[in-house]
Design a protein around this ligand. Structure first.
Ligand code: KG4
Ligand code: ZN
Length: 363
């Protein structure tokens, strides 16, 4: 099955063309084209994503990317055209959905003009849940072993932090989620406090390499709670107070109106914050592994691009003698390949979404 996938839920415009085969027991994918335009530099001066600017950029980028992926041949065999319908920024989601509708009409018109086409070979149009995109991205893992279930899956993105029990590819139970900020959001907010550019996650990771993760003992909220919910706002607030106290101390000591935090202090704060955030995520995941006797741990979402986080997870999986599965780093942040993959699994599972933008859609 050939799938053309469109993603525009936030600040990445992406279109991919993939080939999918196999049933739910052993799906396999081949990436034919993977095109992404990141709007990071455009939103960076504002310290976050500006929805109307993002929508305008998607409108500009989508036709360009479609040409890059399909060329001028709209008559080529495409079985499924899919687009993210939520969660995300609604103006951006609508931009993608309307564009998918237009592209669909063009493709169908072209296919109908080809007289020898069978009716059932026409392209179909479907919606996809962005979170399922992240969730199924593990199918892009380079490990060629068969995935062992039950698995504990941790999805950590800019808007979501969720822990799932996967009994199979399609039997998925949400065990818990963040009660306040998502992990990625906490990275972004702490980065902003440290006056680092947006998006903050990669910047925190970069400067944390030079810092001592044991230098500041930030709290690990809800780490010992009996459920699988998480919380990051307390950790973020304690970084805020730590910074405020540090600045105040300097002002008193050095009798200046303002004092800058040194690069070394910034690195220590970043490293200690990162350590606290990853500790909470790892602890909850290990608790779930033990409760459900999981054979595999999977991670996905933008924060799963963090190498420190990945290696801590890889290490505890090695110690527990269970598999660690995750897509390569470039498929953790938003892309359309994962949207195509989720669409294929939903197709096999007969799961459908309406072509309506739903900003607050969940899993
Ligand atoms: O999955 P994603 O691209 O978009 C959403 O669906 O939200 O995730 C974006 C989030 C941002 O908060 C970004 O700061 C974070 O992922 N992120 C990272 C890293 N790369 C991206 N967080 C920590 N370390 C990274 N290397
Ligand atoms: Zn995402």
């Amino acid at each position: 099955m050939k799938i053309l996938a469109i993603e525009s839920s936030c600040d990445e415009t992406a279109i991919a063309l993939i080939e999918a085969r196999g049933g739910l027991g052993c799906p396999a994918f081949k990436i034919k084209k993977n095109a992404v335009i990141s709007q990071v530099l455009i939103h960076s001066p504002y310290g976050g994503v500006v929805p109307n600017i993002a929508k305008r950029e998607h409108a500009k980028n989508l036709p360009f990317l479609l040409k890059r992926v399909l060329g001028i041949d709209f008559c080529q065999k495409i079985d499924l055209l899919v687009v993210t319908v939520g969660p995300g920024l609604e103006p951006c989601l609508w931009e993608g959905i309307n564009f998918a509708n237009q592209a669909f009409q063009q493709i169908i018109t072209c296919q109908k003009q080809k007289a020898n086409r069978q009716k059932n070979s026409f392209t179909r149009l479907a919606g996809v849940n962005h979170l399922e995109g992240h969730l199924y991205s593990f199918l892009l893992s380079r490990k060629k072993t068969k995935f062992k279930f039950p698995a504990i899956h941790l999805l950590v993105s800019g808007g979501h932090t969720m822990l799932f029990l996967m009994r199979s590819l399609v039997d998925i139970e949400k065990l818990g989620e963040t009660r306040d900020d998502a992990a990625g959001e906490a990275f972004d907010k702490v980065a902003r406090m440290l006056k680092l550019p947006y998006p903050g996650g990669p910047e925190i990771e970069k400067i944390a390499k030079r810092g001592n993760p044991k230098s500041i003992n930030f709290p690990r909220p809800m780490i010992y709670s009996k459920n699988f919910d998480l919380s990051f706002s307390g950790l973020k607030t304690s970084v805020f107070y730590y910074l405020r106290d540090l600045e105040n101390k300097k002002i008193v000591k050095e009798q200046k109106k303002e004092n800058k935090i040194s690069q070394e202090e910034k690195a220590n704060i970043a490293a200690s914050f990162q350590r606290a955030a990853v500790d909470v995520l790892a602890h909850k995941t290990v608790q779930a592994v033990s409760k459900f006797e999981a054979k595999t741990v999977m991670i996905s979402g933008g924060v799963a691009a963090n190498k420190n986080f990945r290696s801590q997870f890889e290490n505890f999986c090695k110690n527990l003698k269970i598999d660690f599965i995750s897509a390569p780093i470039k498929f953790q942040t938003d892309n359309a390949v994962m949207i195509g993959i989720a669409a294929y699994i939903n197709h096999l599972n007969n799961k459908k979404y309406e072509l309506q933008a739903r900003g607050g859609m969940s899993l």
